[in-house]
Write a protein that binds this ligand. Structure first.
Ligand SMILES: *Cc1c(COP(=O)(O)O)cnc(C)c1O
Length: 375
């Protein structure tokens, strides 16, 4: 029996809604399904304004434009994250100042951010690893004090909370992903969340290729034209129709993922207590949206041994990010600081299979296999 690392889950209604979208004759973007998805998020999570995008990367690029990043501006980004968190701002000319992770959690260490701030700093970009919140009160306080913007990379953080506030609702701007590896998917897809009113008008313009088309269709102006920069950031109705089928079952998807996550946690806790590895740390201020189940091994050799043993049993477990500060693209641009906690997660973190159609018996088998590694 083989257990893959991930398998995209289809609710069954995706193709029905896609047929509906196609039959409606309106297949380009910003139609009925797009509006339904955006309203869903605005209602359920209190996000001020949502715009679907073709990816989270696109949403982050829009955020960089809205923050008005100019060449030489500095942005503070975790080094333990996906490329896009930094790339979107690099494209706008920013210098990336990488922040280290915490010792007990891959998220950026909020206590150390202030020492990275200079007069060129413009934005802090917390990324909620595994959907577990960064220390947002500390981050927002620092941003207020130094007059900085905060963009949440909430790619993994759907339906997760910080002190009862939904992730994605706290920063000035936030970006979500619906890539097939996330909890809620549309193949490729994403969303920009605008929580600060002053960005809403310009966000709509950037979204629609630098035109004020959205205002025109609301009847607020009597002609539309080229008013700013922008790009083609909005997805087609076909993508939004797919996403709508997923959103209808968000609660069911989350409940199943959380159940599997809890089974992992329960079965692996005794081995973790014996010192073989550590389990995810969920701070008191954070919830768990079961985006990911990961272990942190004591060193690279132990992790390699664990991954290869699981593989020999047909179970695909995978490591995660390589430190961005020492990536081939950025190492010569990095300021040379060492980021030991980030490097530790790059070497020692391993993710176990977690997807909707995984069964309890699979989780039990995976945990038994892990137990045997440490006997
Ligand atoms: C998945 C992911 C992205 C990129 O999402 P896309 O929708 O593929 O562009 C960005 N940041 C993080 C943290 C991610 O996990």
């Amino acid at each position: 029996m083989n257990i893959p690392f991930n398998k995209p889950f289809l609710t069954g209604n995706e193709t029905n809604y896609i047929k509906e979208a196609v039959a409606s004759g309106k297949i380009s973007g910003n139609g009925e399904f797009t509006k339904k998805c955006q309203h869903f998020f605005e209602e359920k999570y209190g996000f001020k304004k949502c715009l679907l995008t073709t990816s989270c990367t696109d949403a982050l690029e829009m955020a960089a434009m809205l923050c008005n990043i100019q060449a030489g501006d500095e942005v503070i980004v975790p080094s333990y994250t996906f490329v896009s968190t930094a790339l979107a701002f690099v494209r706008a000319g920013a210098k990336i100042v990488f922040a280290d992770s915490m010792t007990n959690n891959p998220n950026m260490d909020a206590e150390k951010i202030e020492s990275l701030i200079t007069e060129r700093t413009k934005v802090i970009i917390p990324m909620h690893y595994a959907g577990i919140a960064c220390d947002m009160d500390t981050i927002m306080d620092i941003a207020d004090k130094h007059n900085l913007l905060v963009v949440e990379d909430a790619a993994q953080a759907i339906d997760s909370y910080y002190k009862k506030k939904p992730l994605g609702s706290i920063g000035h701007l936030s970006a979500f992903s619906f890539h097939e590896t996330k909890n809620i998917i549309s193949g490729e897809g994403g969303m920009l969340v605008i929580n600060d009113d002053k960005f809403i008008r310009r966000a709509e313009i950037l979204w629609e290729k630098g035109t004020n088309r959205a205002e025109f269709f609301r009847g607020e102006v009597n002609k539309y034209g080229w008013v700013d920069i922008g790009s083609s950031f909005l997805p087609s109705e076909v993508i939004a129709a797919f996403l709508w089928a997923q959103l209808e079952q968000l609660e069911q998807i989350q409940a199943k993922r959380i159940k599997l996550w809890n089974t992992y946690h329960e079965l692996l806790a005794p081995i973790a207590e014996a010192g073989a590895f550590s389990l995810p740390n969920i701070p008191e201020y954070a919830t768990n949206n079961a985006h990911m189940f990961y272990l942190v091994c004591p060193n690279l050799e132990e992790r390699t041994r664990l991954i290869s043993t699981l593989k020999s049993e047909g179970i695909l477990a995978v490591f995660h990010y390589l430190s961005l500060h020492s990536s081939p693209y950025y190492q010569n641009k990095h300021d040379g600081r060492t980021l030991p906690n980030c490097d530790h997660y790059a070497d020692c973190l391993v993710r176990l299979p977690l997807f909707y159609e995984l069964e309890e018996k699979d989780v039990i088998k995976i945990c038994d296999t892990i137990k045997n590694v440490y006997n």
